[in-house]
Design a protein around this ligand. Structure first.
Ligand SMILES: CC(C)(COP(=O)(O)OP(=O)(O)OC[C@H]1O[C@@H](n2cnc3c(N)ncnc32)[C@H](O)[C@@H]1OP(=O)(O)O)[C@@H](O)C(=O)NCCC(=O)NCCS
Length: 204
């Protein structure tokens, strides 16, 4: 049994709390920037994320949906052991697949062979990560999104809820793909892409 500390006290932290329990690991408590909180979901709030060094016998996971906030916290916590949270219902190949430390894979996600998922990613509920996909660190594949075979998702990129990405597509770093979008061409520059087929969103 692992001793786990979750960083964050928002909605994603609730999801990760559930996974820790289902994996029969021991949730020690939470670290959060909300200095007024003393407990969350019946577990103690132990301090701010900057207090992590007091808990050297624990593994940590940053359960914050915003990828930039997640990366910032991870970067200032060198040399800690990271907890990887995989819901027991996830379909995952018994070999030929890699999952980076600190990553969360939620209920009913499907990961197929030769997929490579980076560190501190969120692979959300009921999404599909097909064969030979490469997912960069801190990326987020949202609820119900589908990545066909041989797709690359860059670092910190976010695939919105229910979006689809055609096979053999490359999505560069720091892209937002809107909810329900269908990506049929490479997204070569950072930005927000929406619609069917997905087009860059230009705001005035
Ligand atoms: C794409 C997205 C990031 C844009 O957010 P935003 O930059 O705040 O943009 P706005 O909400 O101001 O919308 C700008 C325009 O794009 C349209 N738009 C926004 N999202 C859209 C989408 N997913 N599909 C089609 N059109 C969309 C809006 O209707 C608006 O059009 P208008 O100017 O004609 O009124 C956001 O709408 C989105 O889809 N986020 C994904 C959320 C998600 O998947 N969460 C998952 C949690 S697990």
């Amino acid at each position: 049994m692992k001793n786990v500390i979750i960083i964050g006290t928002g909605g994603h932290a609730k999801v990760v709390t559930n996974i820790v329990a289902l994996c029969a690991d021991n949730l020690v408590g939470f670290l959060t920037s909300d200095t007024h909180m003393t407990s969350f979901l019946g577990k103690p709030v132990l301090g701010a994320d900057t207090d992590y060094a007091h808990f050297s016998d624990c593994e940590f996971i940053v359960a914050i949906g915003n990828q930039y906030a997640r990366e910032k916290i991870v970067t200032r916590m060198p040399d800690v052991a990271w907890y990887t949270a995989i819901h027991p219902s996830v379909i995952i190949p018994y070999e030929h697949c890699s999952i980076g430390e600190g990553t969360v894979i939620s209920a009913n996600a499907v990961i197929n062979p030769y997929a490579s998922i980076g560190a501190h990613c969120i692979i959300n509920t009921q999404c599909v990560v097909e064969h030979d996909n490469t997912i960069g660190d801190f990326a987020h594949v949202s609820v119900g999104a589908m990545l066909a075979g041989n797709v690359h998702v860059g670092r910190r990129s976010w695939i919105g809820v229910g979006a689809c990405v055609r096979n053999d597509i490359c999505i560069s770093d720091d892209c937002f793909v809107g909810a329900g979008a269908v990506v049929v061409k490479d997204l070569c520059e950072k930005g927000t892409y929406i619609g069917v087929p997905a087009q860059k969103l230009h705001k005035d």
